[in-house]
Design a binder for this molecule. Structure first.
Ligand SMILES: O=C(O)[C@H](O)CO
Length: 381
């Protein structure tokens, strides 16, 4: 929630923009807890609560916190069973989270599920977004159960991936694909601009690709990893020769969300952006920073992973371009989450109040540590 008062009331304007504290606080709840801490020390400050996300879980929630319209529907889950999913409409832009339709959290991963899981539900969300009037669709990638290169999604929109006998081929057997028929593709694809918000920079194939790096967390053993990688390579060869475009398999982010990054680029013409940057634009952070004096952010854990395109680090980089200091308050902080991340100061709940309170009284702890961080900042000014 952005405070409507002008920034000069009480002298200080603070942007409070945390990501979720996974497992304990949503982004909006974390922002509310931090804002209480800020007001305890700076009672006259104007405080803008703008929860962050990085394109993964919590992205739709962060967009909804800006006043976007929520849409809920049932879509095919990763293994075809129905799952409830939501998307947000911000004007004519729809924001979708792939993990809501085909997330790893929706199943118990096994070698079999690693082969069978499909991104079809993301296609169903795109269709619903069109029906709601979307002309641009932003898709948050990451945390999915499938490694199907987006074939399930595109098939849901009318494409057909077929084998030598003309039979339709699904996930787990993509190495049999010999051609792709795009004649049935929903015509709204061509009038829509797609953006894929990626959580990682991996290419599609090979030892640093979607199957090798993220297959094991989805239940794949070495045999499944090899089969999935082979399937993705086959589809990439077929599609890239059929659509006669530039090979996209090496592009950073092609391997995000089981190759959904590649599928969105190659088949739907999507632009790929780091998730943190895209979400910051959508929630209006660049404008909010123009009037701010201080930025506060946070998330459950700051570590080496926080560096790529992730909310708080991306925010600190953006704030620095406005000459603003960013203070991070995280549940836990690894040394890599401190060094070279661009924060003016980093505070850890576990270090300040202990592990028990950090885990079981996260909101109160976050308020207390935020107040301490702001007091320290005020004394240093
Ligand atoms: O979903 C996945 O495959 C990983 O989060 C990488 O994007």
């Amino acid at each position: 929630m952005v405070d409507d008062r002008p920034g000069d009331v009480g002298g200080v304007r603070v942007v409070v923009a945390p990501d979720k504290f996974k497992g304990t606080l949503s982004g909006p709840a974390a922002a509310a807890a931090m804002a209480v801490g800020v007001r305890a020390v700076l009672p006259d400050a104007v405080v803008d609560e703008i929860p962050l996300a990085d394109g993964g879980e919590g992205t739709v929630e962060a967009i909804l916190a800006t006043g976007a319209t929520e849409h809920r529907l049932t879509v095919p889950g990763p293994l075809g069973d129905p799952v409830e999913a939501q998307f947000a409409m911000l004007g004519t832009t729809a924001v979708i989270e792939s993990a809501q339709a085909c997330g790893l959290q929706l199943i118990s991963p096994t070698p079999r599920t690693s082969l069978r899981a499909s991104s079809a539900g993301v296609g169903a969300l795109i269709r619903a977004a069109w029906d709601a009037g979307a002309t641009s669709v932003a898709i948050g990638l990451g945390g999915v159960a499938c490694t199907d290169g987006g074939t399930g999604l595109v098939a849901e929109l009318g494409a057909r991936f077929v084998d030598a006998d003309g039979e339709v081929v699904g996930p787990g057997e993509l190495d049999r694909v010999v051609s792709v028929d795009l004649t049935g593709l929903d015509p709204r694809v061509t009038s829509t601009s797609f953006v894929a918000a990626t959580d990682v920079t991996n290419p599609l194939l090979g030892p640093t690709g979607a199957a090798a790096v993220y297959g094991p967390q989805k239940g794949a053993g070495p045999d499944e990893v090899a089969l999935l990688d082979q399937g993705l390579a086959t589809v990439a060869n077929v599609v890239e020769s059929a659509v006669d475009g530039e090979p996209l398999r090496e592009r950073p982010g092609a391997g995000a969300a089981g190759g959904l990054g590649w599928g969105l680029m190659a088949l739907l013409g999507a632009e790929v952006r780091p998730g943190g940057d895209l979400v910051m634009d959508l929630i209006g952070l660049p404008d909010a920073l123009k009037q701010a004096d201080l930025v506060l952010t946070g998330e459950g854990k700051l570590d080496a992973q926080s560096r790529y395109g992730k909310g708080p680090v991306a925010l600190a980089e953006l704030a620095a371009t406005h000459g603003l200091p960013t203070i991070a308050v995280a549940g836990m902080v690894d040394p890599e989450g401190r060094e070279g991340t661009g924060f003016a100061a980093v505070w850890s709940l576990v270090e300040e109040v202990g592990g028990e309170a950090a885990l079981h009284e996260t909101a109160a702890s976050l308020t207390e540590v935020t107040a301490g961080a702001v007091r320290h900042w005020r004394e240093q000014r």
